[in-house]
Write a new protein. Structure first.
Length: 251
């Protein structure tokens, strides 16, 4: 092996006096290249040429940055070392692929490159609630929905800030014990026009039946089989027809 000119030979490593010694063995100030610390750029630039080597790094305390010597060892060769991530990091690399996210929005999976955000999915910090105006579920729809309620339509669960109306697409079969509860205010229509078809108990759906014209002298709903006149029968039939017309079954 050839000797190293200008060096001092060492046959072992440097160590403190014993394992409990708290003193340092070396000081970065006196080393060549490698890692250094400096209070500011003035102190960094004062590092002597003999203690510089391309690639050495210096931490500047007052600006909390790291600089390295690149392509030379003069003061003009100091460049900042980028220790953080710049630009975007794709999802498949552990990032989001986004450069920014609007306040309150919640990123969600879109593809392997970039997550997506939408005004339809956000966190309301005032209400401390997750807002989901639209949520995909199943192909089932309700008819008219009141403001502030949920509805199913076109495979999407909507939250309506205002009242809207949609076509009825109910489930084929309601589970046993499940009832259809209707409102007691304006009420609910089954069929909104006379030419729409409806059927019960397997009967072929038909449009609204033709118009019945009635002329009864009184609205009679009491049937006494032991004391019944033809006028009573007429009044009762006319009353029943009027009731069915009120339900919309007759014209």
């Amino acid at each position: 092996m050839a000797p190293i000119p200008g060096s001092i030979r060492a046959t072992g490593f440097f160590a403190p006096s014993d394992s409990t010694d708290t003193y340092a063995v070396t000081d970065s100030i006196y080393g060549r290249g490698s890692w250094r610390e400096a209070a500011n750029t003035t102190e960094r630039d004062a590092i002597t040429t003999d203690r510089r080597r391309e690639g050495m790094a210096v931490y500047i305390q007052d600006v909390d940055k790291i600089y390295i010597l690149k392509n030379g060892i003069t003061n003009s060769d100091w460049v900042e070392l980028a220790t953080g991530v710049s630009g975007t990091v794709n999802v498949d690399q552990g990032g989001t692929g986004l450069t920014s996210v609007a306040t309150g929005r919640v990123p969600f999976g879109n593809n392997s490159t970039t997550l997506a955000t939408s005004a339809s999915l956000y966190w309301d910090n005032t209400k401390e609630q997750l807002q989901i105006p639209k949520l995909v579920l199943t192909d089932v729809a309700l008819a008219t929905i009141e403001a502030g309620k949920f509805e199913f339509a076109s495979s999407v669960l909507y939250f309506s800030p205002t009242a809207i109306t949609r076509n009825v697409v109910l489930l084929d079969t309601l589970p046993n014990g499940q009832n259809i509860t209707l409102g007691t205010g304006t009420g609910t229509q089954i069929g909104t026009a006379a030419n729409q078809k409806l059927g019960f108990f397997g009967a072929t759906p038909v449009t609204q039946r033709g118009t019945y014209t009635t002329s009864n002298s009184s609205t009679l709903r009491t049937l006494n089989a032991q004391n019944l006149t033809f006028d009573d029968i007429g009044n009762i039939l006319c009353t029943m027809i009027a009731d069915l017309k009120a339900l919309g079954l007759f014209g």
